[in-house]
Design a protein around this ligand. Structure first.
Ligand code: RAT
Ligand code: ZN
Length: 419
């Protein structure tokens, strides 16, 4: 069959775009990874890959084991069961399973042998320092944003003691308890020496919450403040949460010129027996974002939404508010057909003024597959869009493609944070 001129030039364009997208450095703006100074808080290796909560919930689809029994097992034993259920007894075609294999394959390991002990031996021979560098290189990730919670009893003392920062890891201040469980958070802050009182916050309490946010923003050099809020979250309301947001959080963000990131749409503990794997999804009321953006034009809002059905409305809202920046295909939307759909929709409605993906990695090695899979999908969207342009006679240069991809992979985010 003869290739037409149009087909040949599309193939050339496709190759160029794919090369650029597959190799462009990425800033991963939301993960659950840690600077190596946090030692065992940074998860990596085959067993941590296998006990990832996405895989835990999938493995229970095939298991009769009582939940308590599973949780009482060692990590290695849990990993054995998950490997057997999801990789040996069935083909590992779900996105989370495929991810494990993409990662192992990229590391040069032979997955077809199905040899878990051999995989364990290989990981046992790696050091964490080498492994961070290897994973970041394979993923093409140059900067990793952590999720840093002062309310985490394992993490807090490391910050308080102080350590030499690894320049590849940036901090994001995570404050869920402050907004969703105020009475407990208030007594915690009081214990730490902030003069706050539970109940309806007084001016003094709000100022002290601001002092707390200021201290931690400075201590960890936070680039944004973040919270995951339940699907039923509303703003504004006559609640303490609204008062805390209006009276402490947003003034704090304005003072420091940093965004507030809202992750909306989780239904915590849909099945509590699954622990971390037991959360679900619900539709969010995006009036929350509209109200925040309209009433606080001096604040910047980053957002990612869990429900597929909320994604179109978010794009439209983003067209209306330049202080709103959508990011990532979060958690249950981080699967190929939804990444493709959501990224296409965003590009068609927003051009390049958003951040298409973050990894949400909880295990270092996961950045390899999450970025490899997403890059392929993002490249495909761009090939289609640039090809559509070429139908009009508009041709994009290599430098222009590189510029666009830089924006998608961290440039637009950095600009949004700075301005
Ligand atoms: O994607 C996940 O791993 C979730 O468990 C959550 O961590 C979510 O990303 C969050 O940050 O709350
Ligand atoms: Zn997360």
């Amino acid at each position: 069959m003869r290739t037409t001129l149009a087909e040949a030039s599309r193939a050339k364009l496709a190759k160029q775009v794919e090369d650029i997208v597959m190799s462009a450095p990425v800033t991963d703006i939301h993960t659950h990874l840690y600077d190596p100074a946090f030692k065992e808080l940074l998860f990596w290796g085959i067993d941590d890959l296998l006990v990832y909560h996405y895989l835990v919930s999938e493995s229970f689809r095939y298991s009769d084991l009582p939940y308590d029994k599973f949780w009482s097992l060692s990590k290695t034993r849990q990993a054995d069961l998950i490997w057997d259920a999801l990789f040996i007894q069935h083909s590992p075609i779900s996105e989370a399973c495929r991810g494990v294999l993409t990662t192992l394959h990229a590391m040069g390991l032979d997955v077809k042998k199905r040899d878990l002990p051999a995989l364990r031996r290989w990981f046992g021979g790696q050091t964490v320092e080498q492994h961070i560098t290897r994973c970041m290189e394979l993923a093409g990730v140059e900067k990793i944003f952590m999720t840093n919670s002062p309310f985490d009893d394992l993490e807090r003392p490391v910050w308080e003691k102080g350590f030499r920062r690894d320049g590849r890891f940036s901090a994001a201040l995570r404050i869920d308890p402050l907004l969703i469980s105020w009475p407990e958070a208030a007594s915690t802050l009081a214990r730490w020496g902030y003069k706050v009182q539970g109940g309806v916050p007084s001016r003094k309490t709000l100022d002290e919450v601001r002092r707390f946010l200021g201290d931690w923003t400075k201590l960890i050099n936070a680039q944004y403040v973040m919270a995951s809020l339940p699907a039923e979250f509303e703003f504004p309301t006559k609640t303490v949460t609204t008062q805390l947001i209006e009276g402490a959080l947003l003034p704090h963000c304005r003072d420091h010129g940093i965004p507030f990131a809202l992750m909306l749409g989780v239904k915590r503990a849909t099945n509590p027996q699954l622990r971390l794997a037991g959360d679900g999804v619900g539709l969010s009321n995006l009036a929350v974002l509209q109200n925040l953006c309209a009433r606080f034009p001096e604040n910047k809002f980053l957002t990612t939404l869990l429900a597929r059905e909320n994604q179109h409305e978010l794009c439209i809202l983003t067209r209306k508010f330049r202080n709103l920046h959508p990011f990532g295909c979060w958690w249950f939307t981080n699967v190929p057909h939804l990444i493709d759909e959501i990224t296409r929709m965003r590009v068609e409605l927003l051009g390049l003024s958003f951040t298409p993906q973050h990894s949400d990695a909880r295990v270092l090695d996961q950045i390899v597959y999450k970025w490899q899979h997403s890059r392929r999908l993002i490249a495909q969207v761009l090939v289609d869009k640039y090809s559509d342009l070429s139908q009009t006679g508009w041709q994009v240069s290599r430098a222009e493609i590189e510029r666009d991809v830089r924006d998608l992979f961290g440039g637009a985010f950095e600009r949004f944070c700075k301005h």
